[in-house]
Design a protein around this ligand. Sequence first.
Ligand code: ASP
Length: 439
Amino acid sequence: MIKVAKFGGSSVAGPEQFHRVKAIVEADPSRRIVVASAAGKRSGDDHKLTDLLYLCHAHITYGVSCDEIFGTIRQRFVEIRDALGLSLDIERELDALARRLDRDMSVDELVSRGEYFTSRLLAEYLGFAFVDAADCVFFGFDGQIDKEKTYAAISDALEAHGRILIPGFYGRLPTGKIKVMTRGGSDISGALAAAAVRADVYENWTDVSGILMADPKIVKDPAPIAKITYAELQELAFAGASVLHEDSILPVKERGIALNIRNTNRPEDAGTLIVDEAEDEARREEERFITGIAGRRNFSILTVRKRNMNTSASLRQALEIFDRYHAAVEHITLGLDSFALVTATAALGDSIYDVIADIQKSVRPDDVSVQDGIALVATVGRKMSSRPGTSGRLFHALGKAGINIRTIAQGADELAIVVGVENADFENAIRVLYERFAG
Ligand code: ASP
C-alpha cells in the first residue's frame, strides 16, 4: 500500500507543526511520499512565506531594497532548523540566493524557494530523500504539466529511494527554467505524485477536518461530509462551495484514487473521503440522505414569451445571442409559450440591453422581461437519485418557511436539485434545507 501525504502551509508553519507532521507520517509506514507547501501562517497576523517572497520580488522590480523582508524569511527557516536540531546549512544557501536577487531573477524561481527550503528541512527531519520538483515535475512548452514525463520521474524516484519528499507548487519548463503553478498549487503536485505511483489514497492534510455540508458562515456548526463522490464535489463546487481546485483533483480522479482531506491538528478525525462513484454504491444505506448544500447570489432570469412559438428554434437563437456576449447560461426552464434563461448578473453587465434588443430582433417575442436579484441554491446528494418524493420534500420545506421558488432545475443524473430564490431568502433557504435534510 502507498499513501501520498500532502501537507499544506499551515501544517508546516513552524517547529511545532513539523512535530505533528512527523507523528502522522510515522504512524503509517505506507505514507511513503510526502509533498510539502511553503511554511504558512502560524497565527492570524502572520505571513505566508510565499506572500513574503512575492513581496520581495516586487521590491526588487521597483528597485527598492528587500533586505528586511528577506531577513524575515531567513529567520523563519533558521528558527525551524534550530528548534528541530537539524544540520542543513541554510544560511549558506540563503546567502547564495540573496546574491542572485537582482532584477533578472525570475519571480517563479524566487517564490518557489518557499516550498524548496521548507521541504529540505522537512525531508531531513523525517529522514526522507529530498527530490527536487525541478527534477520530477515537468511542464511542456504549452505551460501544461507533461504528465507522462512527470509520472515516470516520480515513480523512478520512489523506486530509487523508498521514501521521498517533494516540494509542491513548482516544476521545470523544457527550457530548464522553474515555473510555479497557480496559488495553492501544492495540491496539484500532491495529486500528480499520487497518480504517478497509483497510490491507494491521496491524503491532503490541512487545518480543517474535511469539507463541511454547508457554509459555516450561514449554518451554525455544519457537519463535515464523511464521504462524497467526485461528481458530487463537482456539483458543489459549481454551485459555489469553495472546495479543492479542479486541477488538483483531476490527476487522482482520472486514476480512480480516493482523496482524503485530513486535519493535521486533529489526526484522529477521519476527514472527508472523496471517492469514485462505483466504489461508493455498496455503502449507500449508512450515509446521510444529502451530501451538501451550496449556492450563490446575484443571478438574473431573462424570460421570453411568445404565443405559439417554435420553442426550440427561439431558444437556439437566444442561446446564440448569449454566447455572442460571452455570458454563460446556468439554467434553462421551458414552458409551452415561454422559456427562461438564468445567468450570473455580472456575466452580462450592461450588455443585457443589447441582448434584449438582439432577442427582440431575432425571436420577435410578445414580451421579454428580466428579473435580477436571484440566488441559486443547490442541494447535492447521490442518494437523492431514483428516490421519489425528494423534490417534493425540498419544496415543501422551503414553502413552509415562506420562501418563494422562482426557478427549479434538476439534472438528468439527479445528483443536484437547484432552486432559484430571491437574494434576500438565500441564507434562510440554505438553513431551512440543512435543517430539513441534515440537521
Ligand atoms: N505556497 C503556495 C501558495 O501559498 C502554494 C501552496 O501552498 O500550495 O499559494
